[in-house]
Design a protein around this ligand. Structure first.
Ligand code: AR6
Length: 176
């Protein structure tokens, strides 16, 4: 599914965040220490190589809702934007903190003149955020930010599996 608003295309695809060859920046569902972990962080660090962890070390720790940017090392992109999503039921208010992740990631993209960004579904794996709720927060936040974007022209959600894709397509259809 794809929609274009104010010149910015938002799309949902099923795929692997570590193999998005045609986007300038990919977003990592990071841990506070910016170290390799499971899920998205594991996939990105494996593909990027040890340089990603080395570059992240002096930037860590980060707080829930915060985002930092590094190079992409052996990934097929120019940048990785690392976001620490809230742990559902622990880091509160989780809706605000999750929205902060999307806002801060897109702010860093703009500051670095990035034209295309791929997001995973932040916080919906190990951090336990219900996916429907998280998708609503993500699209509402992005919808509000879009009119102010000057560099970013493509925002892609890369979802793991058909259920995740369907949930995001439904949220996107309702909100856009
Ligand atoms: N590409 C796209 N989406 C993926 C991929 C992938 N390769 N792998 C998993 N997902 P998670 P979080 C989906 O756990 O909840 C890590 O261990 C997954 O199905 O990666 O923010 C870090 O080190 C889920 O829907 O991120 C942190 O400690 C979504 O991506 C912690 O997990 C996010 O799952 C972060 O937890």
């Amino acid at each position: 599914m794809k929609k274009t608003i104010s010149g910015v295309t938002v799309e949902c695809i099923s795929g692997d965040i570590a193999s998005q060859k045609d986007v300038t920046a990919v977003v990592n569902a990071a841990n506070a220490r910016l170290q390799p972990g499971g899920g998205v962080a594991g996939a990105l660090h494996r593909a990027a190589g040890p340089g990603l962890e080395e570059e992240g070390r002096p930037l860590a720790p980060i707080r829930p809702g915060e985002a930092v940017i590094t190079g992409a090392h052996n990934l097929p992109n120019d940048y990785v934007i690392h976001c620490l999503g809230p742990v559902y039921g622990v880091d509160r208010p989780e809706e605000t903190l999750l929205a902060d992740c999307y806002r801060n990631a897109l702010r860093l993209a703009e500051e670095n003149s990035i034209d295309s960004v791929a997001f995973p579904s932040l916080s919906t794996g190990a951090f336990g955020y219900p996916m429907e709720e998280a998708a609503n927060v993500a699209f509402k936040t992005i919808k509000n930010i879009i009119p102010g974007l000057r560099s970013v022209r493509l925002i892609r959600f890369v979802l793991f599996g058909s259920d995740a894709l369907e949930i995001h397509e439904q949220a996107m259809a309702e909100i856009f």
